[in-house]
Design a protein around this ligand. Structure first.
Ligand SMILES: O=C(O)COP(=O)(O)O
Ligand SMILES: [Mg+2]
Length: 226
């Protein structure tokens, strides 16, 4: 907590915005299962958890395009095929979140902040339709004042638009807010919004160490911030 308070002149932030996948929840096992089902429907080999981990972070449509391309760079994927594959992926993913787990320390940090009266928001690139059910299923249903999915607004992280929207809703200035995330999309969106940013070391960042993005703080678990 000492470290967190140093970012806010001895106080706590008034608003904390959280990324979801790779920050609060280890969701890759279920995302990979749905990707592999989508590929199997096309008689294509499974991608597997290790590769899918590096493809998560830019929302479902980009994840599916990366899976069709077999790598991070997905130019050249046919739009019609990508659209059909996205529909299959979304249908498969909706069915089963049983392998998704909340990271140790995440629930504790959220309830600590709630107890201190800090406003909380989820700002994820994951499609909005999955959020209420997934959070409820994993015991985080009452955690957030705002839920912003990747398709809630016209822009997605690393665009700062969703963060700026939440700041406006909350009536909080950027320097009184904090963003907590795992990927370069999070750090870059927070920087562009002027919001201090904490990164977690255990998440998904396209196979690169998140330290290279120079977050204001880097932690190995969220309860290190309590
Ligand atoms: O769905 C994704 O690609 C990533 O979601 P996130 O923004 O919560 O990491
Ligand atoms: Mg993430």
């Amino acid at each position: 907590m000492q470290a967190l308070r140093t970012l806010f002149a001895g106080e706590l932030p008034q608003l904390v915005m959280f990324d979801l996948d790779g920050t609060l929840m280890d969701s890759v096992p279920d995302l990979a299962a749905a990707v592999d089902q989508m590929l199997a429907l096309r008689s294509r080999p499974a991608a597997g958890v290790e590769r899918v981990r590096d493809w998560v972070g830019n929302g479902a449509a980009v994840l599916v395009r990366r899976a069709l391309a077999g790598g991070l760079h997905h130019t050249g994927v046919d739009d019609t095929e990508a659209q059909a594959a996205l529909a299959d992926f979304l249908r498969c993913y909706a069915g089963d979140h049983s392998r998704t787990t909340v990271y140790p320390g995440a629930a504790e940090f959220l309830s600590f902040l709630r107890g201190q009266g800090v406003k909380l928001a989820l700002v994820t690139n994951k499609p909005e339709r999955f959020l209420p059910e997934l959070l409820g299923e994993k015991g985080l249903g009452d955690s957030f004042d705002w839920l912003v999915g990747g398709d809630t607004l016209p822009m997605q992280k690393p665009d700062p638009g969703a963060l700026l929207w939440v700041l406006q809703q909350a009536g909080v200035t950027a320097d009184q807010a904090l963003f907590v995330g795992d990927s370069r999309n999070d750090v870059r969106a927070a920087r562009a919004a002027g919001v201090p940013v904490v990164a977690v070391s255990y998440g998904y960042n396209h196979g690169e160490p998140i330290a290279a993005e120079n977050p204001d703080l880097l932690v190995d678990s969220l309860d290190a911030l309590i």
